[in-house]
Ligand binder design. Sequence first.
Ligand code: ASP
Ligand code: MG
Length: 403
Amino acid sequence: MTKKVLKFGGTSVGSIERIKLVADIISNEHKKGYKLIIVLSAMSGITNSLISKSKKISENFDARELDVLLSTGEQESISLLAGALVSKGLKAKSWLNWQIPILTSGEHGNARIINLSKEKINKFLDSGGIAVLPGFQGISENGDITTTGRGGSDATAVAIAKLFETDTCEIFTDVDGIYSSDPNKIPVAKKIDKISYEEMLELSSLGAKVMQPSAVQTAMMYQIPLHVKSTFTNREGTKIFSEESINYDKVVTGVAYSKDEAKITLQGVDDKPGVAADIFSPLSEKQINIDMVIQNISLDGKKTDLTFTVKRSDLRKSTDLIKKNKKIKFSNLSFNEKVSKISVVGAGMVATPGVTYKMFKALAEEKINILAISTSEIKISVIINEDDTLKAIKKLHSEFKLD
Ligand code: ASP
Ligand code: MG
């Protein structure tokens, strides 16, 4: 009998009515004869509200205790759903992380699932039961409660699909799939039927917030096919799998944007080996991620300008670290936090020349100034002024015939 993981996100279990609706969906799947492992998020808004409670105690609330606190969100949702299934006359049961147990490694708030004990659950599935498991939470080797990062229920679902060797992993959410751009901003955006892990990864880490990037990465690593679909409609959704099985008729699959960028420019830094390393090493020690880097060619061979981007939330920390850094000299430090990153993503790019030119020309036609550029095999990203975001997405979406 086919084994399936069905994961439901926060909005899908966001109210009692919705939990009942999810119970109906599960009941239908169960009637079809599938063995079901359900993975849930906390009810929408709960994790955020728990975090803000902790912040009222302290901005630096203890990491171990924060995980204990946050894991209660999923405890609430799994018990409500398992109870809803039982009251429909089904055999269902919820388990908490430590009861299974779901073993994790890594730091609090960012743990990774490394193993879990399957016996109990397999036995229950064999007896016709529906297992309801909490996403997001685990237990460390020394017995502490851990969590797997924001949006971490996706990671749990993928890990469970892998460890139980299930046939599919279905991600139920509040949108009916992955779109060629943000459908709230671009009404002509189209649902994508099939997408590769690589493209999905670029889109999810670039601001299309449908799935947690590290979960997509794990799925890619173990070749676990994912199926993203809506809890609230019957549409087909989007299938995510490996590139070989996809036929590309379009060069660009999607246009993504992210508004949490900031740009920092250092003028008059020495143009000699080791300078960039000296600038970036204190930032990396503080876990600040550098995204794009541009170094100008120096005219006199002595001084140059260096521009790079960081997450907007890391801007202050970054400029402070640079000012405090005794190893580097520069004549001026400036920054701009009113910028956004626009990216076109498509595995079809690999075989098609001229995509970069087409993108730049399209932006020029709209008089949009490009502040920084970075490219990879299947992605081109540019930093532009935040005010131009919508104009840029619209233009690129139609330029690459995604409308
Ligand atoms: N409840 C957690 C969060 O809000 C995990 C998840 O929803 O995936 O981040
Ligand atoms: Mg989520």
